[in-house]
Design a protein around this ligand. Structure first.
Ligand SMILES: NC(=O)c1ccc[n+]([C@@H]2O[C@H](COP(=O)([O-])OP(=O)(O)OC[C@H]3O[C@@H](n4cnc5c(N)ncnc54)[C@H](OP(=O)(O)O)[C@@H]3O)[C@@H](O)[C@H]2O)c1
Length: 266
């Protein structure tokens, strides 16, 4: 049970063992990693996503699941109308669903990638939050965790709309927190750096964090409170604070070298 709004001591972290958490975008990657960690710590977890085969395997692990496509309002409404009656104590929403597509801005054909990215990463986040906020307000307590990226603060020019979508979700999260002030709902923004989901991804980018290490650090940050406005593992600090630290232009120039990987530039 969550304490009534405002009663949780400022120094306390999230009461992870007693949460009921819906993670939209938990069929793979960071979402699945956090779903398993919340469940292992004692939370009730509902893992969401489009791929029903993966959801079936997750259900076999003992987690609840919900089919959801965050680009489809009817699908989100169905997911909410399935989840809330079976989990009336739902108190935590994590908007993890996201896609990142390389785009060559010299080729107008990139526009469909831009549309898909905004539809999933930005509008998908807004749709899911809108679907569950009335329930959380009704409870008078809860947590919304949005998911951005170090790239939202330090662009990776290979994925321009991805960076824009994550910067937008950052700004949206700030406004959401201000608008929900006094309702008992915390808004926290998870800002991952590069996280390698597979050994092959680690080979391609040796600087990327291992998924398990990232997951453990995030759970530690949530457990030792108060629940932060921004969930910042150590590996993302150089991205998050590049502008303040005066390293921004140098780092963007470094990251621009990766533009050579776009097929049209090879
Ligand atoms: N890995 C990194 O380096 C990194 C760094 C910074 C930020 N992030 C962010 O972390 C989040 C998770 O990414 P990941 O790296 O773990 O990638 P991932 O393994 O590809 O996971 C993406 C998740 O989003 C779901 N998803 C995508 N489109 C969806 C849609 N239309 N409706 C519902 N769910 C959808 C996918 O499920 P289905 O396909 O089954 O629907 C999947 O569960 C993303 O928001 C990403 O931008 C990742």
């Amino acid at each position: 049970m969550l304490p009534p709004a405002g009663e949780q001591a400022e120094t306390e972290g999230m009461d992870i063992p007693s949460r009921t958490v819906f993670i939209a975008g938990a069929t793979t990657g960071i979402g699945l990693e956090l779903a398993r960690r919340f469940a292992a710590a004692g939370s009730t977890v509902i893992a969401g996503g489009r791929r029903t085969g993966l959801l079936g395997k997750i259900a076999d692990e003992g987690l609840a699941t919900a089919v959801i496509d965050v680009t489809d309002q009817a699908s989100i409404d169905r997911a909410r109308d399935t989840i809330l009656p079976s989990h009336p104590g739902l108190d935590t929403i994590i908007t993890m669903s996201g896609i990142g597509i390389p785009e060559d801005l010299r080729d107008p054909a990139h526009f469909s990638a831009a549309e898909q990215t905004i539809d999933t990463n930005l509008l998908g986040t807004i749709r899911v939050i809108d679907a569950f906020t009335p329930h959380l307000i009704g409870r008078g307590a809860g947590t919304i965790i949005t998911v951005t990226s170090g790239i939202g603060f330090l662009p990776f020019p290979v994925m321009p709309t991805y960076a824009a979508s994550k910067a937008a979700v950052h700004a949206y999260s700030e406004a959401l927190r201000a608008q929900l002030d006094g309702t008992g709902i915390d808004v926290s923004e998870l800002i991952p750096p590069a996280v390698a989901l597979t050994p092959e991804a680690k080979q391609r980018n040796p600087h990327a964090l291992d998924l398990a290490d990232f997951g453990a650090e995030v759970m530690d940050l949530l457990a030792t409170g108060p629940t932060p406005h921004e969930i910042l593992v150590k590996g993302v600090l150089m991205h998050r604070w590049a502008e303040r630290d005066g390293t921004y232009h140098e780092l963007v120039a470094q990251r621009s070298q990766a533009l050579a990987m776009l097929p049209s530039r090879r």
